[in-house]
Ligand binder design. Sequence first.
Ligand SMILES: [Zn+2]
Length: 194
Amino acid sequence: MRGLARLAAAAALSALAAACASTPRGATSPGDYASLSLCRGVVISNAPAMDRSRRIVNFDPEARVRGTRLLRAPVKSCVSSGFGPRRGGAGSFHHGLDLYTGRPALVAAGGDGVIESVGSLRGYGRTVLISHGGGVKTRYAHLSGYERGVKAGMRVRLGQPIGRTGDTGNATAVHLHYEVIVDGRRHNPLTIGN
Ligand SMILES: [Zn+2]
């Protein structure tokens, strides 16, 4: 009930603050960077092919976007919500990939770059934005906290921890809301660069 109430409250907020992952049903087992599974009970539109344990078949953990190597899932997690239109939410579109961790987990920089901003944003909660150059950026939202020294202007490497997952902002479960942005447009981290 509490979750539903929070969802209802979330729905009242602006489109920018579109609610993120609800808690997946049943047990989930976060994997590692090399493989990625859909959390149990989660259905996403245009879902990739999965094996019997819900692992994405032929998952490529890295995308190359304008020459930049980017992790498609920069946290050990399972997918709790995909990129695209949401079912049941009138006109609602999810502009990121939700990676459920259950409890706070280390979030890595998706690629080499420079931290552009760190701070709380409405709906997104505690957020880090990294610029990778060439108009490519990645955003990490709903963080519970930042790694020591993380601030605007800091240079980071792919895989370097920048914070921990949380449920700050408009979130109903501890997860990372991950966005890959190219020239200001948000793309599906699972398919970009293919
Ligand atoms: Zn999200």
